[in-house]
Design a protein around this ligand. Structure first.
Ligand SMILES: [Zn+2]
Length: 287
């Protein structure tokens, strides 16, 4: 945190701090040209299956390329931590940090869930968000962040010296072990920084620390994605519930989440621009 100052301010400090901010990654080249097609296709969705994620637990689900999936609030306000993998290559997984660098701290309609290097392509595009009305509030808070990594037992141990086994990191790990027969050590290593679905977060104005507030999500709200390749998803119903008080404990009131998978006749998708793995030649300057 930049609140302790030990160094002397230089005499020319005023000219050093006056530069204008420049957006690091102007993103007009990745603007979603498919959104109009997705919005008309989603008028014809047919639900094919559902997975219920119990509170303080996680489940996996599979989505085929060209299908849509929704994460939905049921019963009460609840935050979900989402991991996404390319189904046939779990090394290609959601890259929260680069997605944040491209779109900012919180995601919504038209934003793409970019995958890790060396793939860097859209795994899924957000096609609908019933909470997009929230915008950014007076504290700079918003929903669906890519800044908070995920709650985990290591940070809980570090800060509170408590062994808690139902953080999202552990829930996601357990789901991969139990449902996909992946060894514990391997499963834990492929769990990655999440999209915090429905979570209301931001950075405090003074110290820029990560904050959370009670999520505005209510039963019936959903975040919808279009799968651009075959996907394995894993979703944890965070032990923080609506994350309005605390997480990494059994104190908060928690509710289930629902994942539903939807098909659409491919005739509605025929003009889509496909999502391709990066064609950078991976030379890295080594000749
Ligand atoms: Zn969590």
């Amino acid at each position: 945190m930049k609140i302790k100052k030990f160094s002397k301010k230089p005499s020319d400090f005023e000219i050093r701090i006056g530069a204008k901010p420049i957006v690091c990654y102007p993103n007009s080249n990745i603007e979603d040209k498919n959104l109009t097609i997705l919005h008309s296709a989603r008028q014809h969705l047919i639900k094919t299956r559902e997975v219920i994620i119990p509170p303080r637990d996680a489940k996996t689900f599979e989505v085929k390329s060209g299908e849509f999936f929704r994460i939905e609030s049921v019963e009460g306000p609840q935050v979900g931590d989402l991991n996404l993998f390319s189904l046939n290559n779990l090394d290609e997984k959601f890259y929260s940090g680069k997605t944040r660098a491209l779109y900012g701290t919180h995601l919504s309609v038209g934003d793409k869930m970019f995958s890790s290097f060396p793939y860097l392509r859209s795994l899924a595009t957000i096609s609908w968000d019933t909470l997009d009305w929230y915008d950014y509030d007076k504290d700079g808070g918003s929903v669906h962040d890519v800044i908070g990594t995920r709650c985990d037992p290591y940070t809980s141990k570090l800060l509170s010296n408590n062994d808690y086994h139902y953080c999202c990191h552990s829930n996601l790990t357990r789901a991969l072990v139990n449902e996909k027969n992946i060894k514990l050590d391997e499963a834990e290593k492929i769990v990655h920084d999440v999209l915090n679905v429905f979570m209301l977060t931001g950075f405090t104005n003074d110290t820029k620390q990560y904050f959370m507030k009670a999520s505005p999500v209510r039963p019936g709200d959903y975040l919808e994605f279009f799968a651009e390749t075959d996907l394995l998803g894993a979703l944890s119903a965070c032990p923080g519930g609506d994350c309005g008080s605390e997480h990494s404990s059994d104190v908060a009131k928690c509710y289930p989440l629902k994942v539903s998978i939807w098909q659409v006749d491919q005739k509605y998708l025929k003009n889509l621009t496909p999502s391709n793995v990066s064609d950078y030649n991976r030379n890295h300057g080594i000749s």
